[in-house]
Structure formats: structure tokens, C-alpha cells
Design a protein around this ligand. Sequence first.
Ligand code: ADP
Ligand code: MG
Length: 270
Amino acid sequence: MTPGESTPAEPSGETAGAREPVVALRDLTRVHGSGETEVRALIGISLEVASGELVAVMGPSGSGKSTLLSLAGGLDTPTAGNVVVEGVHLSSLSKRQLARLRRTSIGYVFQDFNLIPALTAAENVSLPLELDGLAVRKARRQALAALDEVGLTELADRFPDEMSGGQRQRTAIARALIGRRRLVLADEPTGALDSQTSEAVLTVLRARCDAGAAGILVTHEPRYAAYADRTVFLRDGRIVDETARSVGAGRTNAIANVNAASVGAGATGE
Ligand code: ADP
Ligand code: MG
């Protein structure tokens, strides 16, 4: 090194790896049944998702995508390995503590919506906050804001059976985003949606990650995976491929996608 030259610039503290991930899956294995009927749904999966990051998970049917999401959200327990959410090992929590963490920190959009039929859209969305002790009126105010974010302000007082599939799905997404959820898990959230509504929903998910949440998105559609910062590919319960981490890529692609959709290039084969 020539005199007077400073040491080469090292990336310092800014790399994604330097931050504590919001969720870390460590060598996860999930086996169902035993003997003849044993199914190894996941085998030795490790994955970390940082604040601000959206990771897409793709893979054929039965490859373990929903199992991965259930484990990350504390809805299922691994056979081996650890799930750590904001530094807390889920296995160290009591049932009650785990339920609380799920209500306060984790938003989950299920493949089949899971709305409660006897509750209106606003009541479905505000339920996690009410269960957590927030006053009904405050919870409703937040629910209306979350419904507004997904474009459903007008339908707040409808029951699930009075809404289309797309509207029910957006209600489920509002429920997953309400409060200060740091981890948002979405299992094929666009399955029931037309392409325009899908773009809208992914834009909301992307914005939530840009605002500091960590997200995992299961999807079959490469152009929806483009909203993510990276994609992991599952096959037979293992990660078989992974795109390079590039925070910001999803944001750029999201903008490109919205532009493409607005000039009518959004048809899907669904
Ligand atoms: P994907 O979401 O990618 O379609 P899943 O995670 O749902 O895949 O399932 C992964 C594998 O685990 C599949 O072979 C599935 O049949 C099996 N599996 C999932 N849940 C159960 C269960 N409760 N009991 C037995 N096998 C299961
Ligand atoms: Mg699935």
C-alpha cells in the first residue's frame, strides 16, 4: 500500500448479515408420521430474514413451502432445529407466551384465508388487537386503517360470505398487517386474486417490508417473486437454489411490475 493511502474501504455494519435477523430458521427438519408412512416435509432448512427484507419461497406442490411458513410462524413445531424470532427461541416459550408472540409480532396470511364467518371484515381484522387487550374502539380504528391500506374501506361491515374471494383475501392481509407486526408470512396470498388486485396486495406487502418488517412470501408466480429481495427454491423439503441477496431489488421490480400492469401486460395463465 502506498504511503498516505487509507486502508481499503470495508463494508462495515451496513451488511444485512450484521443485523440480527427478525426470523432465523436453523437447520429445521419436520417429519410427519413414522415408519412406512413417514413424510419428511422439511430437511435441514436454514434461512434468515432481516428487517426490511422480503424473501420469496418457490417450489413444486408438496415441496414443503407451507410447512416452512408454519414453522416460522410458530404454528407448528420442528422435529429438529430451531426457530428464532427477534432473538427468542420459540421452543423456549410456553404455549401462552407463544400465542402472545404470534398475536403481537407475527402476521400470517393463510392459503385458505381463515376468516371467522360470524365476524365482519373489521371485526376479523381487529380481533388480534382485542385479544391483546386493546379497547374495542381503538382496535376498530386501527382495523379501518388496515382495511383502507388494502382498499376495502367500504366493506368494513360486511361478513366474509358477503365478499368475493379477492375481498376476503385482502381482509386476511389487513389482519396480518395490523399492529406492529415485525414478521409477515404470506402463503400464496394472490392465489384467489386477479392480477391487478395481486399487484396491489404485493405492493402493500412490499411497503410493509420497506417500513421495517421482515416478510416471507410463498408464490408460484415468478413475477410476484420479483417483489422480493431474493428467492429460495424448495424441492422435496430442501433448499435447492437461492438467488443472491440484493436488498432494494424487490422495490425496483415492484415499480417495474406496476408500470407493466398499468400498460396492460399483466395477464396470467391462472
Ligand atoms: P407445499 O406447501 O410446498 O405444497 P407442504 O408444506 O404443505 O408443501 O407439504 C410438504 C409435505 O409434507 C407434503 O408431502 C405433504 O403431504 C406433507 N405433509 C404436510 N402436512 C402434513 C401432515 N399434517 N401430515 C402428514 N404429511 C404432511
Ligand atoms: Mg402449500
